[in-house]
Design a protein around this ligand. Structure first.
Ligand code: ZN
Length: 321
């Protein structure tokens, strides 16, 4: 059993309009919608998962799209930016594509890599980064973005903090990440072997406003545990270090524990298995509303309460389970 954190598992954010969210992430960014389900803690709302062809750990951005949700404020004690990895050679493709779709972008360079910054319709801060090390992960080529240009998965995420020392200590001394680079108030940490999907930046911004949860903000970031045994070992270790950690929760596609890092950001450790293909074939991922077994008997009531969706490829959610 290895207890190493292999990198980012998923990032979960809040949106205000399910259809606008689908159109942007599956349509403009060309991610694969790998699962449509509901928020298990709030069955009246959707939970969307976007990712690579199979929704592999390290590629999955998930949303709770709450219709009419108030916009939040991005600030400290939050994951302020979610960054995806694209080939450096695709940079101008993405600049053109986003412009065509009316998305304003800002190009810069960070740690020697080109960065394209923009927001989604709710104001969530996103980046496409041309990774210096070639990203060999297989992209989803069945969407509107050709495979050669498609998003490979996460590059990294930015944690905004009022102060960074105790967060840095948790990342390095407890969670096993190591400091890779620093530039001004930005400290880059790597998990495992590092590289795209295994990198996180901590930005120390004592003067910045505190983040407020709402549409256009990240709810939590999840880290990868290889299996249930590794997750339990992490739970014991985090508790031993004085953190409050949730019990293991069954999220159907992975098992989760949650805790708050010292700066206030909600962290999760999620297992790689069972993954998104346990209840749908790889070919049909994201084409039907999936419910956990304990809610299946309420399907018609749940479906009736959810807003209708126009899915990528125009497949209807209500056609069958
Ligand atoms: Zn999560």
């Amino acid at each position: 059993m290895t207890k190493t954190i292999a990198g980012i598992h998923h990032v979960t954010a809040i949106a205000s309009d399910p259809q606008q969210n689908l159109d942007f992430y599956a349509g403009v960014l060309g991610l694969r919608l790998v699962k449509i389900t509901i928020n298990f803690d709030d069955p009246g709302s959707y939970h969307f998962y976007y990712g690579d062809a199979l929704g592999q750990p390290g590629s999955v951005l998930t949303f709770f799209p709450w219709p009419g949700a108030q916009r939040g404020r991005i600030g400290t004690s939050q994951v302020s930016v979610t960054s995806f990895s694209v080939p450096q050679s695709s940079f101008s493709y993405w600049q053109d594509r986003l412009k065509e779709h009316g998305v304003q972008t800002d190009a810069s360079t960070r740690f020697g890599e080109p960065v394209l910054s923009f927001t989604d319709g709710d104001g969530l801060w996103l980046e496409l980064i041309g990774a210096a090390t070639p990203d060999e992960r297989l992209a989803w080529s069945g969407g509107p973005v050709p495979g050669e240009h498609a998003i490979r998965g996460f590059h990294s995420a930015t944690l905004s903090e009022e102060g960074y020392e105790r967060t840095a200590k948790l990342l390095t001394e407890t969670m096993g990440l190591h400091l890779l680079q620093e530039e001004g108030n930005r400290f880059r940490y790597a998990a495992g072997d590092g590289g795209p999907g295994a990198t996180v930046d901590v930005v120390c911004q004592p003067g910045a406003p505190h983040g407020l949860m709402g549409a256009g903000t990240v709810h939590h970031i999840a880290w990868r545990a290889a299996d249930d045994a590794a997750q339990l070992a992490w739970r014991a270790e985090l508790v031993r270090r004085g953190l409050n950690v949730s019990p293991v929760m069954d999220r159907q596609y992975f098992h989760s524990i949650y805790y708050r890092e010292p700066g206030g950001i909600l962290f999760e450790i999620a297992t790689d298995a069972p993954g998104f293909t346990w209840d749908e074939s790889p070919e049909t991922l994201g084409t039907h509303l999936k419910l956990p077994p304990w809610l299946e008997s309420y399907r018609s009531r749940i479906e009736g309460a959810l807003p209708p969706l126009r899915l990528p490829h125009a497949i209807n959610t209500s056609s069958s389970a």
